[in-house]
Write a protein that binds this ligand. Structure first.
Ligand code: SRM
Ligand code: SF4
Length: 573
């Protein structure tokens, strides 16, 4: 299909980002010159758009923004660098590399993200090339960690089902590699590869994406029931592994999920992905390729807020999509198989996998790995990485699995966990262990309220209420984001808070415990005192009146605090 066809598939004038992509010569733009410009620590808006495809965002430290402005200084520009690894699995050497560059070039912390990637914050422009080279030297990449392409492919880190997991993980890597951009711009710009002849000569092509890439970001996740840590219903394209007696049979395919919305704009909403059928393992890459191409051709290139795949599906209908997909595939999907999810949170501590190796899941508050006074988390993990022979698995809930530990080495790892008191995390309350907050302030330019820096304090206070209600051991999925973009997938939590303004949040109730149902707005624009006074009676009533095994989200619906949401189209009703 020609690039012209792609451009003409939406009749409305395309957004300015489309023009930036089109004239960028496959993501080159003027990035090379910009990075060499020593006059400013910033880059132009056009180059910043392209920089995202290379895995980085320009940010400024918002804590000092006003003061610098007062002093007539330019904002404290810095870059966030996102490093992806399909399924979030890295080697101890790769962990040590991240640790080293976090200390040398970033803000001395490593951020584990909600999509099983790493983020570094606070890298300055002059160090960007060095950072990206060091990441690539250890065989990780920042390419396509952000931008209008397929992002990090998530994969259930389930250590209980090692053989099925291994197989599914191989498919995650395969689909991820298949959807990588082909442009050599990344290699030229960061890795000193010689410039290839101009793409206009037809030497370089993007067979899947075309010249203007996708209308918007695209996300794929693979879950292995009964665990739904990847929040598969939030993905643009989700695969649910169907397995029997330790054997992978294939995947149910679900499409059109997404979390982002804008306050006050009911045309934007979070949505859950819907099932379209079942495919064999060897068919899943083809399905991903064709789905991405359909979104490339039919996604909205005029209005970026409306450009996610969920809107393409909702506007045109699921039947239209299935027809289009099957036509492009040249074969039909089978009927979806049955499965059951029972949670979307992580399970902590040691478990023995079916391969006889051990896996230790460590709670990392909001994914931030750092040394903090007596809690030497970053140092402890560094020491573990030095002796560890297995892998590290970033979980979709911002936690970390020290994976594939042999019985002989388990004792040594245990000693280090003990020495550095890393299990301080594990004694946290059940509520905290089921919590997640996005980065928000001070680095996120879109944050309207605190999130990562505030949720821990709110949980301290909510834990008192949980104790009072006798719920301290009860698992309730709680999430917070600093704005409605939904980076911690708040719309799928049993209770969530979405930032509206400094210190003010919208509160949502009624999400499914297994990440299978959206929640609904309960109170708008409330501060901490109201949050506590609103939640207290609900938690007390839940403790008293819940049915056997009833989860908090389900109770909130039965007790009529909120209506059940079946589809994102009802989210604002
Ligand atoms: Fe996100 C934008 C952080 C997962 C939906 N997200 C951002 C930016 C880059 C802000 C910006 O555009 O300037 C944030 C950088 C903050 C910082 O300082 O680091 C940011 N998103 C994150 C991370 C780091 C949150 C975290 O606490 O872990 C996650 C990185 C994932 C990764 O490794 O790839 C992250 N973002 C998500 C998720 C969850 C997911 O993918 O499972 C979502 C909701 C799912 C979805 O996409 O529907 C998400 N982020 C967004 C959106 C809204 C997109 C939309 O549909 O409208 C934006 C804003 C945008 O794209 O314009 C955004
Ligand atoms: Fe930033 Fe909003 Fe994402 Fe939080 S949800 S990281 S505030 S864009």
């Amino acid at each position: 299909m020609s690039d012209n066809h792609l451009l003409s598939s939406n009749s409305a004038p395309h957004s300015d980002v489309e023009a930036i992509k089109e004239r960028s010569d496959y993501l080159r733009g003027t990035l090379e010159e910009t990075l060499q410009d020593r006059i400013t620590g910033s880059i132009s808006e056009d180059d910043n758009r392209l920089m995202k495809f290379h895995g980085s965002y320009m940010q400024d430290d918002r804590d000092v923004r006003n003061e610098r402005n007062r002093q007539k200084l330019e904002p404290a520009y810095q870059f966030m660098v996102r490093v992806r690894a399909a399924g979030g699995i890295v080697s101890p050497e790769q962990w040590l590399m991240m640790d080293r560059i976090a200390q040398k070039y970033a803000n001395d912390t490593i951020r584990l993200t909600t999509r099983q990637s790493f983020q570094l914050h606070g890298v300055i422009k002059w160090n960007m090339k060095q950072v990206i080279q060091e990441v690539n030297d250890e065989l990780l990449s920042t390419l396509a960690a952000c931008g209008d392409v397929n992002r990090n492919v998530m994969c259930n880190p389930n250590p209980y089902l090692s053989e099925v997991h291994e197989e599914v993980y191989e498919w995650a890597k395969r689909v991820s590699a298949h959807l990588d951009p082909h442009t050599r711009a990344y290699h030229e710009l960061w890795l000193n590869e010689e410039k290839v002849a101009s793409s206009d000569d037809g030497v370089e092509q993007e067979p899947i994406y075309g010249k203007v890439y996708l209308p918007r970001k695209f996300k794929i996740g693979i879950a292995i029931p009964p665990a739904n840590e990847v929040d598969v219903f939030s993905q643009d394209l989700g695969y649910i592994a169907i397995h029997e007696n330790g054997r992978l049979l294939g995947f149910n395919v679900i499409v059109g999920g997404g979390m982002g919305m804008s306050h006050g704009d009911p045309k934007t909403y979070p949505q859950v992905a819907r099932t379209i059928g079942f495919v064999k393992p060897e068919q899943m890459v083809d399905v991903a390729e064709k789905t991405v191409m359909i979104q490339r051709d039919y996604g909205d290139r005029a209005v970026r807020k409306h450009a996610r795949f969920k809107y393409t599906i909702d506007d045109r209908g699921l039947e239209w999509f299935i027809d289009e997909l099957q036509q492009r595939l040249g074969w039909k999907l089978e009927e979806a198989r049955s499965y059951h999810f029972d949670h979307n949170g992580d399970r902590y501590g040691w478990v023995k996998g079916s391969n006889n190796n051990w896996h230790y899941t460590l709670f990392i508050q909001n994914g931030r790995v750092k040394d903090d006074g007596g809690y030497q988390l970053m140092t402890g993990l560094r020491e573990i990485a030095k002796i560890h022979k297995g892998d590290f698995r970033l979980t979709p809930n911002q936690n970390l699995i020290i994976g594939n530990v042999s019985s002989q080495r388990k004792k040594k790892i245990d000693q280090l966990i003990e020495t550095y008191k890393l299990t301080d995390g594990a004694i946290y309350s059940a509520l905290r262990r089921n919590s997640m907050a996005c980065v928000a302030l001070p680095t996120c330019g879109l944050a309207m309220a605190e999130s990562e820096r505030y949720l821990p304090t709110l949980i301290d206070k909510l834990d008192l209420v949980m104790d009072e209600a006798g719920l301290s051991d009860d698992e309730i999925v709680i999430r917070m984001t600093g704005c409605p973009n939904g980076c911690a997938r708040p719309a799928l939590a049993e209770v969530s808070f979405i930032g509206k303004a400094p210190g003010k949040y919208n509160m949502y109730l009624g999400g499914g415990f297994a990440g299978n149902r959206l929640n609904k707005l309960y109170r708008e624009n409330i501060g901490e005192n109201e949050i506590l006074s609103e939640l207290r009676p609900i938690l007390l009533k839940y403790a008293k009146e819940r049915k056997d095994g009833e989860h908090f989200g389900d109770f909130c619906i039965r007790a009529e605090y909120v209506k059940e949401v079946h589809s994102g189209l009802d989210f604002h009703d």
